[in-house]
Design a protein around this ligand. Structure first.
Ligand SMILES: Cc1cc2nc3c(=O)[nH]c(=O)nc-3n(C[C@H](O)[C@H](O)[C@H](O)COP(=O)(O)OP(=O)(O)OC[C@H]3O[C@@H](n4cnc5c(N)ncnc54)[C@H](O)[C@@H]3O)c2cc1C
Length: 303
């Protein structure tokens, strides 16, 4: 039995492990895919304090090594359910584990377009976060997919650094706030293409643009660009835990900065909870808060 089981090995989960281990708690981190989480998809991180620039894989390795050296146990497995009680049961695809407290740090996924070869081009022409990766396209031409508030925000940011931004939206107009849409439309270097969907990614080994289809005329055209940003929303995957943590209307854990859930002994940290800014720094901050709250819960005898 562990003091604390952490579900998810992204920056939130790994930071939670670090804080819990330093408080002499036994820790198991269960990760279903890659330790480091979304960071592993980032070719370059330039906004994590202390490092001018490093790859997401480097930062993931450093964080993972640090918790392993401190004594964390890790399992590559998928958590399917958490059963509440004085002792929490964590049910995975391959087994069952027990702990006094559980921290859920399952993150979020950027919704993908679903076109052929999209996965293969992630970090090599296809991106999902302009704040994170927009800088690589200073003075270059990019395509931005989407038309909601987050796409409009990304478009504004990209238009300040890129030579040209072509927004491709599947509907006849933007669905984001009118004020933000007006700002985007007023930009000289932004071109809006409505009622249009992406058909195919162009380029053999190097991204060179996309072919798009007008949904009204069915006409197919080529859009050349140096990179493409997909801003069609985030997709939390928290349904499996709604028996122990309430979800908000968008599917995030309805949990504030304290990381406390309505179930004593269960905590939620990082991108998976309701919050405005989803970045590595905010995820690590959550990891620390959740771990210290979990330690306090255990030290008080689980009350
Ligand atoms: C391409 C890209 C580039 C980015 N670049 C930057 C950047 O430069 N700077 C920056 O600050 N932020 C960047 N971000 C955002 C940043 O990576 C995230 O905000 C951060 O990783 C969130 O951390 P997290 O631990 O909350 O979640 P995640 O990193 O999403 O980690 C959650 C982990 O939980 C695992 N998991 C989920 N469900 C289960 C389950 N049921 N059982 C077991 N494991 C599970 C997942 O596999 C995942 O590894 C980028 C994101 C992307 C996609």
């Amino acid at each position: 039995m562990y003091d604390i089981i952490i579900v998810g090995g992204g920056p939130a989960g790994l930071t939670a492990a670090l804080y819990a281990l330093r408080a002499n708690k036994t820790v198991l981190i269960i990760e279903k895919s890659a330790f480091g989480g979304q960071m592993t998809l980032s070719p370059k991180i330039e906004n994590y304090p202390g490092f001018e620039s490093l790859t997401g894989l480097e930062l993931s390795d450093r964080m993972t090594e640090q918790v392993l050296l401190k004594g964390a146990d890790i399992e590559l497995d998928e958590v399917r359910e958490i059963i509440d009680g004085d002792i929490k049961k964590v049910i995975t695809a391959y087994g069952e584990y027990q702990a006094k407290a559980v921290i859920v740090a399952t993150g979020v996924k950027h919704r993908q377009l679903g076109v052929d070869r999209e996965e293969a081009f992630i970090g090599r022409g296809v991106y999902y976060c302009a704040v994170c990766d927009g800088g690589y396209f200073t003075g270059k031409e990019v395509i931005l997919i989407g038309g909601g508030n987050s796409a409009l925000q990304e478009a504004t940011l990209l238009s300040d650094i890129c030579k040209k931004v072509t927004i491709v939206q599947n509907l006849a107009d933007f669905t984001g706030e009118a004020k933000m849409a007006a700002v985007v439309r007023s930009k000289q270097n932004v071109n809006c293409v409505f009622s249009t969907t992406v058909e195919r990614i162009m380029g053999e080994n190097e991204f060179s643009g996309v072919t798009v289809k007008n949904t009204e005329t069915r006409e197919i055209t080529k859009l050349k660009a140096d990179g493409m940003f997909v801003a069609i929303g985030l997709a939390p995957d928290n349904k499996a835990f709604e028996n122990v943590i309430t979800l908000d209307r968008w599917g995030y854990f309805d949990v504030g900065e304290t990381c406390l859930t309505s179930t004593p002994g269960i905590f939620a940290a990082g991108d998976c909870r309701s919050k405005k800014i989803r970045q590595i720094t905010t995820a690590t901050g959550d990891g620390a808060c959740a771990a210290l709250a979990a330690c306090d819960y255990i030290d008080r005898g689980g009350a």
